[in-house]
Design a protein around this ligand. Structure first.
Ligand SMILES: C[S@@+](CC[C@H](N)C(=O)[O-])C[C@H]1O[C@@H](n2cnc3c(N)ncnc32)[C@H](O)[C@@H]1O
Length: 647
């Protein structure tokens, strides 16, 4: 019977498999430390395969820094960790599809690789900007806590490695790059083919971020870099300039699959549609003359032609006649010849949308120009959406709004240092098509993204689901949050989701998902049973008798199996008694688990008769090998399509 692995997948091995699929001639065999054959990549051959020229030097156009290779190895290195459910801190545990995960996001992203591979539509992150004062999580497991302490580092509750990255650090940028790079590599795997990632950043690392994203997501998947007016009064932190903005990157997983719906028009936008046609439909007039790039007559000579206007009605024609006699050619106010933005075919197909009107032009009495009607509503009667602009200057993007949102929930705006306004995340989610997507934020801080998702769902009836990831970074003892009883940032984030949910429910009465399941990163559920004989002592001997750690509950094991088997953590399940055993049925039979010892045959038969897709038991629950073979036989008989595994 196959055993569950109970550790994150070996991504290096998976990557080699993928390369083998495309370049079988680049795969070679070597031996591992035990002399067993293993597959490896022939890198010189792979390099050569990817170049049209014979390569003899080592130079390449790439962005690199001290530690880049190590961070790739780090991203691919498997870990023996798990996510333990925490029902007490969750809300609506049984019914919610939202997740709040506490832990280092590098580990969390690794743990989610199987369950959420290609399932996330939108990622929003607001990582530390590397301002010279940020705490960064160092993914180097070799140094001791004492050594880190000496480097003026601090530790979170679990002695994890957070250190203050000051610009006196000789590897100031390299350390930050090494922190963000493996996380983005892992995050990319989670995006669906039509998914997108948005990343907030400022001038400290904007250049590095662009290079890293080009590397991880591919230059061709760059959608845009937006500028956000975040502090209209101007920050005084910089010596020479007063900063009022920050940036927002947008990359697609696969640009060819990306579909953008756009956002709802603001009231100001709507008021621009002030004209009304004979059917009572609102429209605005846009000039038909080409504005912006390639506007000259010579750029598109076929789109330079005269249009004739009937001054009585404003109607237009390509032919001059007694009624259509005012000739208009495309030209700029300066008199330079320009061109129309429609060719003659489009003109003929959509003439009814065009109108000629008198305009004021210097030195040209009786001047006319041509306009096209742009209707507010689509043919189906819905108000058309607008494209998101690359510069955001709305008052809602002001950081002060984010502070006010925190104040409205906690009575104190200083509860969290750098929150983002919910407006930003809402607008980003709104511009994507579906309203039942998964939205992930793995630097979630005060959980603005969760707040924004609930707010947007309440407004448009959507069913978007969020996954928040946050390190339990301790609050400074002098901070307002600490004084109010919040020991770490996760406590602030979870409480914000509860309070924001209550507020939205009171204000809108919307029947949406206000809950979230809490999980915490912990050591694997499994004992390390591969001790050498010399290492066995009384304590370790006792623990090898059961390969599962004594403090793990059935629910810990159930969710550990879901991660291993690649099932999402947000589905409903029920736990019931069959005889003396507790049987857990996940998502109506995607998986059935029973972790009791000595499961009687009738219970096994009952489980098999339900024909689940997967079944899992404890290895040690079978008295001997024949008992194990018996289970296999039972499932072969009653549920031949079910995959049975043991822990
Ligand atoms: C700038 S804040 C994000 C603020 C958030 N957008 C909001 O509106 O509240 C960055 C957050 O990332 C968290 N963080 C930093 N390193 C992390 C890591 N390795 N794993 C998880 N969270 C981390 C920090 O604790 C901090 O709360």
């Amino acid at each position: 019977m196959t055993k569950l692995k109970m550790q994150t997948p070996d991504l290096t091995a998976k990557n080699i498999e993928k390369i083998a699929e495309f370049f079988p001639n680049c795969i070679t065999e070597t031996v591992d430390e035990n002399g067993q054959p293993k597959r490896a990549v022939n890198f010189p051959m792979l390099k050569q395969m990817l170049s049209g020229e014979v390569l003899d030097g080592d130079e390449a156009y790439e962005f690199t820094w001290v530690g880049k290779k190590a961070s790739i190895v780090e991203a691919n290195r498997p870990i023996r960790k798990t996510l333990r459910p925490c029902i007490e801190e969750s809300r609506n545990w049984d019914s919610t599809e939202n997740l709040y995960i506490e832990g280092d996001n590098l580990e969390v992203l690794k743990l989610l690789q199987e369950s959420y591979l290609g399932k996330v539509k939108m990622i929003y992150i607001d990582p530390p900007y590397n301002t010279g004062n940020d705490f960064i999580y160092r993914d180097d497991f070799k140094q001791s806590a004492a050594e880190y302490d000496e480097e003026s580092g601090v530790f979170d509750e679990e002695e994890n490695r957070l250190f203050k990255n000051t610009d006196s650090n000789g590897r100031f940028h390299s350390d930050w790059c090494s922190m963000i790079y493996p996380r983005l590599m892992l995050a990319r795997n989670l995006l669906s083919d039509d998914g997108v990632i948005f990343i907030s950043i400022d001038d400290n690392e904007v250049a590095q971020m662009r290079k890293i994203c080009d590397d991880v997501f591919g230059e061709s998947n760059f959608v845009g870099l937006m500028t956000i007016l975040s502090n209209p009064r101007g920050s005084q932190n910089s010596k020479n300039l007063s900063y009022v903005h920050e940036y927002l990157f947008m990359y697609a997983k696969q640009i060819t699959e990306l579909e953008i719906k756009g956002i709802n028009k603001s009231e100001e936008n709507i008021s621009e549609f002030s004209e009304v046609d004979g059917n009572g439909k609102k429209y605005r007039l846009l000039g038909l003359r080409k504005r912006g790039g390639a506007w000259r007559k010579e750029d598109r000579p076929m789109m330079f032609y005269p249009i004739f206007v009937n001054p009585e009605t404003g109607e237009v024609s390509l032919k001059k006649s007694d009624s259509y006699y005012i000739e208009v050619i495309p030209k700029r106010p300066t008199g330079e010849l320009s061109r129309w933005s429609w060719g003659k075919d489009k003109f003929l197909a959509e003439t009814s949308l065009l109108i000629g009107k008198p305009i004021n032009r210097k030195n040209e009495p009786n001047a006319y120009d041509i306009f096209r009607k742009d209707y507010l509503e689509s043919e189906s009667g819905e108000i058309k959406t607008a494209k998101v602009k690359t510069i955001w200057v709305e008052k809602e993007t002001n950081y002060q709004n984010a502070k006010n949102e925190i104040k409205a929930l906690f009575g104190n705006s200083e509860m969290f240092d750098f929150p983002k306004p919910t407006y930003i995340v809402s607008k980003l989610a709104e511009m994507l098509f579906d309203d039942d997507d998964i939205i992930l934020d793995f630097f979630s801080g005060s959980a603005t993204t969760a707040h924004a998702v609930m707010q947007l769902n309440a407004e448009d009836g959507g069913n978007r689901k969020f996954i928040m990831v946050q390190l339990p970074e301790p609050c400074d003892e002098k901070s307002e949050a600490y004084k109010a009883g919040y020991k770490n940032i996760c406590e602030i984030g979870k409480e914000r989701i509860r309070r924001a949910g209550n507020k939205i429910k009171t204000e809108t009465g919307a029947d949406i998902d206000y809950g979230f399941r809490v999980f915490k990163v912990d050591e694997s559920n499994m004992n390390d049973i591969y001790y050498s004989v010399a290492e066995l002592n009384q304590t370790t001997l006792a623990s090898t008798l059961d390969n599962i750690k004594a403090d793990r509950s059935a629910l810990d094991l159930l969710f550990g199996c879901l991660l291993d088997w690649g099932l999402p953590l947000s589905m409903p399940y029920k736990s019931e008694q069959l005889g003396d055993c507790t049987v857990h049925t996940y998502n109506e039979g995607d998986l059935v688990a029973c972790f009791d010892m000595n499961i009687p045959e009738e219970v096994l038969v009952e489980i098999a008769k339900r024909q689940p897709l997967r079944a899992v038991f404890r290895d040690s629950c079978f008295a001997d090998s024949p008992a194990k073979i018996n289970v296999f036989e039972i499932f072969k008989l009653y549920a031949p399509d079910c995959t049975v595994k043991v822990l």
